[in-house]
Design a protein around this ligand. Structure first.
Ligand SMILES: [Zn+2]
Ligand SMILES: [Zn+2]
Length: 154
């Protein structure tokens, strides 16, 4: 089985697993509505679904990589909204984009996790150094007065 096919298989298994966790959570809350045993399960199911999304995105990236040139990933060490930049709001273990109409949420503290989005731009330093960045980090770098240019296919 090819690597993308393996990843798609894993996505399906992760979604199945999340559904099983939902079922167990439902049974626990019916059996013991006051109990705390099941209180973490919805979060667990959310994390598994987030893992499924990451796997699906990995599969898509792998497919793009094998079809075209090698992909470059953003090198920034913290997360942003891939479209809007430094707009994340953390609430507990959930992170969302503050831009109205964006609607993106992540079931983890995204702003402290290194960015793994596809690079679409590069930031050029005063000394000529170049850093590949995603659209969100490009927007942030622009706002911060950095010099940003789009990555062009070779
Ligand atoms: Zn956004
Ligand atoms: Zn980025």
């Amino acid at each position: 089985m090819s690597a993308p096919a393996v990843l798609h298989e894993l996505v399906a298994r992760a979604n199945d697993l999340a559904a099983v966790v939902d079922t167990v959570a439902g049974e626990l809350s019916r059996a013991d509505p006051e109990g705390r045993a099941g209180s973490r399960l919805p979060n667990a199911a959310g994390l598994i679904r987030q893992a499924a999304l990451e796997l699906a995105e990995s599969a898509a990236e792998l497919t793009r990589a094998t079809q075209h040139r090698p992909v470059t990933f953003c090198r920034m060490g913290w997360g942003v909204c891939p479209e809007h930049g430094s707009t994340l709001i953390a609430m507990g273990t959930v992170t969302r984009c503050a831009v109205f109409g964006c609607g993106r949420t992540w079931e983890y503290k995204r702003e402290v996790v290194p960015c793994a989005e596809l690079a679409t731009h590069r930031v050029v330093d005063a000394d000529g150094g170049q850093t590949p960045v995603c659209g969100g980090h490009a927007a942030y770098a622009c706002d911060s007065g950095g010099y940003v240019e789009p990555l062009t296919p070779p």
